[in-house]
Design a protein around this ligand. Structure first.
Ligand SMILES: [Zn+2]
Length: 128
């Protein structure tokens, strides 16, 4: 049975988030868009209802830019990106894989980049 619950925390530990992962870690990716390139995090996805802030919501800052659709959250104390509401799928949060307890980030060195810079799913109408 893959179904798991994982805990995600920022560096200082003020922010703790619980992830419910019915299919395990999925949709892992990097992205080369302007913000993802700078933070260079490996990101996974969960449905909105599968992410619960356990503590520290008062320490989370939200950053938006451009279309202001995506909401990028980070700990205002230690500065670590924890999760974001996705622009290409507002029904999902992306989360920072490296914040999950027990993750060995070097095991995810080969997670591919999606081309969010030139080909963001929300910037184009897909033609079949
Ligand atoms: Zn923190």
């Amino acid at each position: 049975m893959i179904q798991t619950t994982k805990k995600l925390r920022c560096h200082c530990g003020d922010v703790e988030i619980e992830l419910h992962l019915p299919n395990g870690l999925e949709k892992l990716r990097r992205c080369n868009c302007s913000i993802c390139a700078r933070r260079n995090a490996v990101v996974g996805s969960v449905k909105l209802e599968n992410l619960k802030i356990l503590k520290g919501s008062e320490n989370l800052s939200c950053y938006t830019f451009n279309t202001h659709t995506a909401q990028h959250y980070f700990c205002s104390k230690c500065g670590i990106y924890t999760h974001h509401r996705r622009r290409s799928n507002p029904g999902e949060f992306g989360f920072n894989l490296a914040c999950i307890d027990g993750i060995e980030i070097e095991d995810y060195a080969n997670v591919p980049y999606m081309d969010g810079k030139n080909n963001h799913p929300s910037d184009h109408q897909r033609t079949p």
